[in-house]
Design a protein around this ligand. Structure first.
Ligand SMILES: NC(=O)c1ccc[n+]([C@@H]2O[C@H](COP(=O)([O-])OP(=O)(O)OC[C@H]3O[C@@H](n4cnc5c(N)ncnc54)[C@H](OP(=O)(O)O)[C@@H]3O)[C@@H](O)[C@H]2O)c1
Length: 320
């Protein structure tokens, strides 16, 4: 096996694939560190040499996220085996292993914008930048309808990436905050942000909060077509419930907390047949297990199981 085809090589391929204009290309090929790799729209790949198993898994996991012509909305949650994302007091450092953090930074580098709820900003004071892998930091979007984010939060001051503070029109007026208004209409109103810009945006908001589809429409119209909803549980649950997520990454740690903040919370259902059972893949991520859920495809059918059991693609190639 070639020494060069380690995960760093795979990550370089993914970063290159991220910049391909997939709407105009059904497939592409390029050379990364002397090795040619071919990538098809949708993420199937082939290369001249056999990559290490972790490298192949990395390509399998990330190429479907970047080799697509349509917008992507992905969410992630890192949780304990019993479904908690933080303790009752809000401590979430570190539910997951170090490798999970690297994974999260890779997802950030794969998207144009990362969305968090104000609960996460106030509890964690996150930077939301890409630091553990090479790659660009996305636009940071804070959903804060009542304008209750701590003013000293790092995302508002560090100028490490552009930041959009989304408040409700009513809160902006009540607090006398300067905010540009964007109509959640096909014409939109948001211009792309400069590299280290902080901007406040006022959006219409009902008792149910901002409509996730309206938030995404504003971002998409400004050119932020790949969006990560990074947490916390309330925010991811709202986007899931609204049916706007294409994918969900759940990183499960072998940890039992027994109490604390829940990950996903959706309205009650009576029958399991009403539960969401998406197509899923499983990846090792240090001591954690990553579930990659494709929310646009059903899972658990006999056909899907048979297909999963079918012989693998030839060495050095893979299709999702
Ligand atoms: N393990 C992980 O993966 C992970 C990731 C992130 C955070 N966390 C942890 O999770 C905890 C915070 O999570 P959380 O679930 O309590 O809060 P959160 O999701 O971070 O923030 C929730 C708040 O954000 C606002 N918001 C979110 N979506 C909205 C929408 N569509 N429309 C209007 N407002 C919206 C609302 O603010 P208002 O209440 O003002 O209406 C809502 O109550 C922290 O302890 C953090 O450490 C864990």
């Amino acid at each position: 096996m070639s020494k060069r085809l380690l995960p760093d090589w795979g990550w370089d391929c993914i970063l290159q694939a991220r910049h391909v204009v997939w709407a105009a290309n059904g497939a592409t090929s390029f050379i990364v560190r002397d090795i040619e790799v071919e990538i098809a729209l949708g993420g199937a790949w082939r290369c001249a040499a056999t990559p290490a198993a972790e490298t192949a898994a990395l390509l399998d996991l990330f190429l479907p996220l970047v080799a697509r012509a349509t917008p992507l909305v992905i969410a992630q949650l890192g949780q304990s085996l019993d479904g908690r994302i933080a303790t009752e007091s809000g401590d979430s450092f570190y539910i997951n292993d170090m490798e999970a953090r690297t994974h999260l930074h890779r997802v950030r580098a794969s998207v144009d914008a990362v969305v968090v709820g104000v609960g996460t900003v106030n509890a964690d004071d996150p930077q939301l930048t890409v630091r553990h892998v090479p790659g660009p930091s996305p636009l940071r979007v804070v959903l804060d309808p009542r304008a209750r984010a701590r003013p000293q939060a790092r995302v508002f001051h560090d100028r490490a990436a552009p930041t959009l503070h989304v408040v409700s029109t009513a809160a902006a007026e009540a607090a006398g905050l300067a905010a540009s208004a964007a109509q959640a209409s096909p014409r939109g109103g948001l211009a792309p942000l400069a590299r280290d810009e902080l901007r406040r945006l006022a959006l219409p908001c009902t008792d149910a909060g901002f409509e996730p589809a309206a938030v995404l429409r504003v971002l998409h119209e400004a050119g932020y077509r790949r969006v990560l909803v990074e947490g916390g549980g309330v925010t991811v649950s709202r986007f899931l419930q609204a049916g706007v997520l294409d994918r969900l990454h759940v990183l499960v740690a072998p940890l039992l907390i027994g109490s604390g903040r829940p990950g996903l919370t959706l309205p009650p259902i009576d029958a399991l047949s009403a539960a969401i059972r998406p197509a899923s893949r499983c990846f090792a991520c240090g001591v954690d297990t990553l579930f990659d859920l494709d929310l646009r495809r059903e899972g658990f059918s006999a056909t899907a199981r048979d297909a999963a059991a079918a012989p693998a693609h030839p060495a050095g190639s893979r299709a999702e």
